[in-house]
Design a protein around this ligand. Structure first.
Ligand code: PLP
Length: 397
């Protein structure tokens, strides 16, 4: 069978591959603790589910506008205006089935052969995959442990060039839990302005912040005009399966995203969008409760990880992941790297974690081993998973 050449450049998200393997092992009777996937274990809050049911009963089952319903675009613009403290207009908002299409559509809309796109590394693997798919060159922006997974400014300055068409940032970050400081954002802003580049600010974890308030690059004067802000409902409202996300961008870019919607998915499900209006405008207590629980899990997980011989873990400031350094543990277990650690933990320890290389290739000079631990599971499961990791390391070393 023949496929287009571009398919050879398309990557994937291994979290889904590992999830499938975990489910296969579970079906075969194995008891696996999954600390792999970033899918909140909470149910979508009841008021949001009820809004979707009511919408279905009202007949909201037809096509809607490609850019999203007017009601939801208004609700998103109002939410962004109050949460970012920057004025957003409904015409700048495009609703998509999940946040992912905003990445896909905006990268395809601006990047082509000869262009470079800077992306966070470690980072969400879809960035690198789609940049390659578009025929552009992915250039990593290293996030380093010694800066609590903030920027290495010298490295970023070296990464930028007149060919830089777009800079992607993700704060709070998946997989490190790191948050970019105001001075990090200012440095990115300066480089974007110098090279007249777009900024794609993936702020999908903006509500998952354990210290201080969320800072958006759109707050820096002149930046909103060149930024596509990505956010959505998947994480904040535990709605991963609903496929509800959005972008906010200058009108010309919003129109391109909507046109790509028309060409690919037509629109986002209308009754889901009605539920999205309820999510943003209704009571937020369920969100606050979920974030409180994630904080408790983070504290528990980081304390437990730092007790394990050969593991050290920086305190994540946001998102719902820990990104421990497991170099010492690999050595104790006689393992070459974090991939072998992931394999040993799954098959011998019965606990699923994701190796650093699932989040981009190693940065230049990077010689430490890391894995991602997701808190998207109960405290009991998290404690049990970490107990298994510790047990395997202690019995084998
Ligand atoms: N961006 C980041 C950093 C993510 O971690 C994810 C999901 O894991 C997404 C975007 C995509 O979210 P969605 O499920 O809304 O498409």
């Amino acid at each position: 069978m023949k496929f287009a050449e571009r398919m050879s450049r398309l990557g994937t998200e291994n979290a889904f591959t590992v999830l499938a393997e975990v489910q296969k092992l579970a079906r075969a009777g194995r008891d696996i603790v999954s600390l792999g996937i970033g899918d909140p274990d909470f149910d979508t809050p009841e008021n949001i589910r009820n809004a979707a049911k009511a919408a279905l009963d009202r007949g909201r089952t037809h096509y809607g506008p490609s850019a999203g319903t007017v009601e939801l675009r208004e609700a998103v613009a109002a939410y962004l205006t109050r949460s970012r403290g920057v004025e957003f207009h409904p015409d700048e908002v495009v609703i998509t089935p999940g946040g992912k299409p905003i990445l896909f559509h905006t990268i395809l809309a601006v990047a082509e052969p000869g262009d470079e796109v800077i992306y966070p590394n470690p980072g969400f693997p879809i960035y690198e995959s789609v940049i390659n798919f578009a025929g552009a060159r992915p250039v990593p922006m290293a996030l380093v442990e010694k800066n609590a997974f903030g920027l290495d400014l010298d490295q970023l300055r070296r990464a930028a060039s007149p060919r830089t068409r777009m800079i992607i940032l993700n704060s709070p970050n998946n997989p490190t839990g790191g948050v970019l400081s105001r001075s990090d954002l200012e440095a990115i802003a300066e480089i974007a302005q110098e090279h007249d580049a777009w900024v794609l600010a993936d702020e999908i974890y903006s509500e998952f912040l354990f210290e201080g308030g969320h800072q958006s690059i759109t707050q820096i004067p002149g930046l909103k005009e060149r930024t596509i802000l990505l956010d959505g409902f998947s994480k904040t409202y535990a709605m991963t399966g609903w496929r509800m996300g959005y972008g906010a961008a200058p009108r010309a870019m919003a129109e391109k995203i909507a046109q790509l919607n028309t060409n690919s998915v037509s629109c986002t499900a209308t009754f889901s969008q009605d539920a999205g209006v309820e999510a943003l405008n209704g009571p937020q207590d369920a969100v606050r409760a979920m974030i409180g629980e994630f904080r408790a899990r983070r504290d528990l997980a980081v304390a437990a990880l730092n007790e394990i011989p050969g593991i050290s873990c920086v305190m994540p400031k946001g998102a719902f992941y820990a990104f421990p350094n497991v170099t010492g543990a690999c050595r104790r277990l006689g393992l070459q790297n974090a991939e072998e650690f992931q394999h040993a933990m799954l098959y011998d320890g019965s606990v699923a974690v994701l190796a650093r290389t699932n989040f981009g290739s190693r940065n230049e000079g990077e010689d430490q081993e890391y894995v991602r631990i997701s808190f998207a599971t109960s405290r009991e499961m998290l404690t049990e998973g970490l107990r298994r990791i510790r047990a395997l390391i202690e019995t084998r070393s």
